[in-house]
Design a protein around this ligand. Structure first.
Ligand code: FAD
Length: 411
């Protein structure tokens, strides 16, 4: 039994706490914002075990002009941030070359294949399982050309074991009659599910773990310092020693990795959501619109329209045109939607190859990294937590961890 600190109380930190406590460790979480207030708060809520195609893929080269210059592009670059972003962007483009992208997709598929099993211990609990809505996910294309362009990625998915059906106009209408008849093709991913309230799930998980002894320190960690038989955490000026420390600070993890001997090119893909209160009966499953880069997910409080990618660092300034795109496009897809009552900006933690880091630090095996889950942190939380616990216990993890090493960037 060890005293363990987890820095960051998002999906990855909470799932790690659950796995570590199952092994009998005493865990302290550090997070100034409380539970599930980072990227974990406002995501699309989908268990996307089919999403092994990273954003870095060869279509980036073809689509870049549209991404950068079209008004309805779900991808934006904040040009003020460009000087800072250049090294990340260069690596991202290199990772989009066919061979490298296929390696990233294989690494993601291997983790995703364990994702459901990773959640099993959490969802065996009825209080937590009540947040799960078991419906397939429907991903839509409004024109046949973009579906055809997506075919190579669908073929790779199939090769990597993802199960799906391709649908035509009528089948789409039969599944979701409230959708406007503007979609030519759809892909229905089987065995998927979504959370009715992602943050509510994390809060419920936290409350259960708190009864078993989990503590939450609402303070900001400034330093993690490894030493032979443990590591120390300095939070709000107070330093405490632990047997192990887990870094699960999402997009803010690079600083701690550097303190522990690893330079990781972690940046953020900013994403947005808008919420339509009380409209959840309009659709019965998460519906994605490929060309517009978002999902519409029926949640307990309404429909959440979440997605888009903005490369632009950590400024709190919201991109009005992306929020307008979400609103305008979701109303076009679902004419029954009225007016959104709130919006949100979150920071996905993204490495240029789209693969998370799940590894021991270079300086000490007592510091474990679990960050960089890009668009998949909710989906991969269970398996990531399990891997963290395996690394602490020195048990064999459920898969080869080489693709998830912090040292893979060679810096
Ligand atoms: C628009 C959008 C839609 C998405 N949709 C999906 C989806 O449908 N399915 C899916 O699987 N994923 C989705 N994602 C991705 C998913 O939300 C993230 O990958 C996931 O939330 C990352 O979890 P995390 O715990 O690593 O980070 P976070 O949730 O960001 O948690 C990190 C925590 O660390 C804390 N922290 C930071 N610095 C410090 C410090 N110095 N000291 C202490 N604490 C600190 C923060 O306060 C934060 O709470 C989406 C993301 C976005 C933005």
């Amino acid at each position: 039994m060890s005293e363990i600190a987890i820095v960051g109380a998002g999906f990855i930190g909470l799932a790690s706490a659950a796995s570590l406590m199952r092994d009998g460790h005493r865990v302290t979480l550090f997070d100034p914002s409380g539970v599930g207030q980072g990227a974990s708060f406002g995501n699309a809520g989908t268990f996307a075990h089919y999403a092994c195609i990273p954003v870095n893929n060869p279509s980036v080269f073809r689509d870049l002009p549209r991404y950068l210059f079209s008004g309805d592009s779900p991808f934006r670059l904040r040009y003020q941030y460009l000087p800072h972003l250049v090294p990340w962007l260069a690596r991202f483009m290199m990772s989009s070359l066919p061979r490298r992208y296929e390696a990233s997709a294989a690494a993601l598929a291997a983790l995703l294949a364990q994702a459901q099993e990773g959640y099993a211990p959490l969802l065996a609990n009825a209080e937590l399982a009540r947040f799960v809505r078991s419906r397939e996910c429907l991903y839509l294309y409004s024109n046949a050309a973009s579906f055809d362009a997506a075919r190579p990625a669908l073929d790779l998915r199939k090769k990597l074991g993802v199960i799906f059906d391709v649908l035509g106009r009528n089948e789409i209408r039969a599944l979701e009659p409230s959708l406007a008849p503007i979609f030519e093709r759809g892909v229905l991913f089987s065995d998927s599910w979504h959370f009715s309230d992602p943050q509510g799930f994390l809060q419920a998980l936290f409350e259960q773990l708190a009864v078993q002894g989990l503590t939450l320190e609402r303070s900001t960690v400034s330093a993690v310092e490894p030493s032979g038989d443990g590591a120390s955490v300095t939070a709000d000026g107070v330093t405490r020693r632990f047997g192990h420390v887990v870094i699960a600070t999402g997009a803010r993890s690079a600083k701690f990795a550097r303190q522990c001997g690893d330079v990781v090119p972690l940046d953020t893909e900013r994403g947005y959501h808008v919420r339509y209160p009380g409209a959840q009966q309009l659709i019965s499953r998460p519906v994605g619109w490929a060309e517009r880069g978002f999902y519409m997910t029926p949640m307990s409080d309404g429909i959440r329209v979440a997605g888009t990618v903005e490369l632009g660092g950590f400024s709190d300034t919201r991109n009005r045109s992306l929020l307008d795109l979400l609103t305008f496009s979701s109303r076009r897809a679902l004419p029954g939607l009225e007016t959104p009552d709130n919006s949100w900006l979150g920071f996905r933690p993204t490495l240029p190859d789209g693969v998370p880091v799940l590894a021991r630090s270079r300086a000490s095996e007592r510091v474990i990294y679990a960050f960089g889950h890009q668009h998949l942190g909710l989906t991969l939380a269970g398996v990531s937590g399990r891997i963290v616990a395996d690394l602490v216990a020195r048990r064999a993890p459920p898969l080869d961890l080489a693709p998830y090493a912090a040292t893979r960037f060679g810096v």
